[in-house]
Design a protein around this ligand. Sequence first.
Ligand code: NAG
Ligand code: NAG
Length: 762
Amino acid sequence: METTTERRRLFATEKVGGRAVYRVQAATVAAGILLVLYYRATRVPAAGEGRAAWLGMAAAELWFAAYWVITQSVRWCPVRRRTFKNRLAERYEENLPGVDIYVCTADPYAEPPSLVISTILSVMAYNYPSEKISVYLSDDGGSILTFYGLWEASMFAKKWLPFCRRYNIEPRSPAAYFSESEGHHNLCSPKEWSLIKNLYEEMRERIDSAVMSGKIPEEIKLKHKGFEEWNSEMTSKNHQPIVQVLIDGKSQNAVDDDGNVLPTLIRVSSVISDSPVILNVDCDMYSNNSDSIRDALCFFLDEEMGQKIGFVQYPQIFNNMTQNDIYGNSFNVSYHVEMCGLDSVGGCLYIGTGCFHRREILCGRIFSKDYKENWNRGIKERGKQNINEIEEKAKSLVTCTYEHRTQWGNDIGVKYGFPAEDIITGLAIHCRGWESAFINPKRAAFLGLAPSTLAQNILQHKRWSEGNLTIFLSKYCSFLFGHGKIKLQLQMGYCICGLWAANSLPTLYYVVIPSLGLVKGTPLFPQITSPWATPFIYVFCVKTLYGLYEALLSGDTLKGWWNGQRMWMVKSITSYLYGFIDTIRKCLGMSKMSFEVTAKVSSHDEAKRYEQEILEFGSSSPEYVIIATVALLNFVCLVGGLSQIMAGVWNMPWNVFLPQAILCGMIVIINMPIYEAMFLRKDNGRIPTAVTLASIGFVMLAFLILIDGKSQNAVDDDGNVLPSLVYMAREKRPQYHHNFKSGAMNALVCFLTLFSFTLKQG
Ligand SMILES: *[C@@H]1O[C@H](CO)[C@@H](O)[C@H](O)[C@H]1NC(C)=O
Ligand SMILES: *[C@@H]1O[C@H](CO)[C@@H](O)[C@H](O)[C@H]1NC(C)=O
């Protein structure tokens, strides 16, 4: 039974169950970790008997322990949110606030305009009063092709929006709708359905062929004055500011074919629509749920708790994931556990897409109890300015010097200049006293495209981990910046991703050194019969099993979890390692390492292998050499170690080496697909022979160092209003761009040197 106050609320917050089991588990694991560390500290071997290797193990375990503590901050008492859209409609239907939607794109070749406009059309078609929606496309590449796509979309919207409303179709991205609804379009007449489908497909063909040829037909250029902005000297890195209003929702002409007016892209929107709520979404994430605006407003408009909520974040969910998530990019555990935990201690992180903000918080407003939001803002008439004057005014706000003159992007509002500026923006909002809410509805609100090759995955995580570590080491470190302003658990929560990159060295150490110790005869764990083995085994097993339990509960499959474990190792020794080294180099003022970017558009073969869940390598890059070397090294160590144990080479009981043999064996099992890619597969996605040879070389080198104990020099390597639609591109000038490039084999050389040193000492 609902109580009276609950009946009034627009959203409910529920505690996630199972906390008693969790807390018992956490307490015993904590005790186990302390015993492990005590053992490490009190049993240090004498110099020359593996002391350096032992101390390295101790350091790695100390790090894992600290990181474990940090990850517990979000598991203590997670919450879930639920909304009541019917109550919102009952109370606020006539007074719903305006919403500005920002869609961001960068490059017409990596993000084809036909994909971008599907996203645009899906958000224009929200189940929300059209005259209150304004859609802005921010094009960082300033491309005429994207502008052309948007112009076509503004024409197609006149048919598409009435069609969506009339039959209440879902999802409202035409690309997704027509690919899913084949055959079951019984809502409307087949004739009407085919008509709209053909219109859509013709439009897509026109856009795709323009992108292919790189040219817009001259007769089309005459149809909108916006095309005049482009001339032959312009490049994606050097152009004037461009703002073009394609549909002006406040004028009478913006009426769709049913006779309705179309829905009207922070600074630019302030002179154009100035809505109190802003949604920003990536260009490849279409809306899969036309009610998402209403769900988000249930938080902002709640009479009791809404006042404190600064932003509402939806998870980033991918629609082209294979069943067992071969690249581990579902983030199921992050969204089902970590974000819910953060939500209970002050607010989830802002992840840069799928997020509704109050406009005021992006302009730096500090939370105060007395502040009353003006939900009617922007809805009134804009005055007597005509659209050209507004475009000129908006242009002055997107010049590259604008930000240099104001504090706008600096101390307040959106934080620029960091690779993961969204995280800082969110932190700054929390530090100004606002809370945030995380909502993960059963039917996904936004669906995007997951990277479908290993190279894209490695690159994406390198960028993320590097950006997050840079923040951790800057004045925006949550412990410094958030000190005294946000809860300790939230400060810790921000570090979970902040310290991803720092996991690289301990992980690399753990997957290499114990295995080498197995061959060299250096015991690094207590023997399996000793009581001291118990905490090691307990911590390892319980932590793994609890992780498995969380993953299964969050919707992963067993195999998906297993793939996730492999990807964690692979990312740690490549993306996170590169991210870590680059961040350190940046801190020391050295230039960045270059990182190979492979094509984003995948071939037919690649797509097929992705469906079959086969790892995609294909090119020769240094990251693959690291992966192959670690895999091969463990295999050789396992074989070598076991044969030496059986031959009784060392005067030590065999079970002294059992834990290392088990660890090494597990690394070998998890790397099975890597061996396959090196030696068995024949397709184009296999590990190239050059990489296999290089890894064999590195393994031999490691053994030479190991056996000689001498160092070698490191080798090289209807009547309704239509939503307004605006195109904008920030001004770009070459002097504002800095390009750093240098050798990429450095990472390999760095860690080889590090290991040869450890081994020599050991
Ligand atoms: C997403 O998956 C589909 C198949 O499920 C594939 O055809 C498509 O190429 C994938 N998208 C990307 C960007 O890889
Ligand atoms: C997307 O929306 C459709 C309904 O249009 C639904 O069937 C599907 O489950 C949703 N996808 C996800 C991942 O929630």
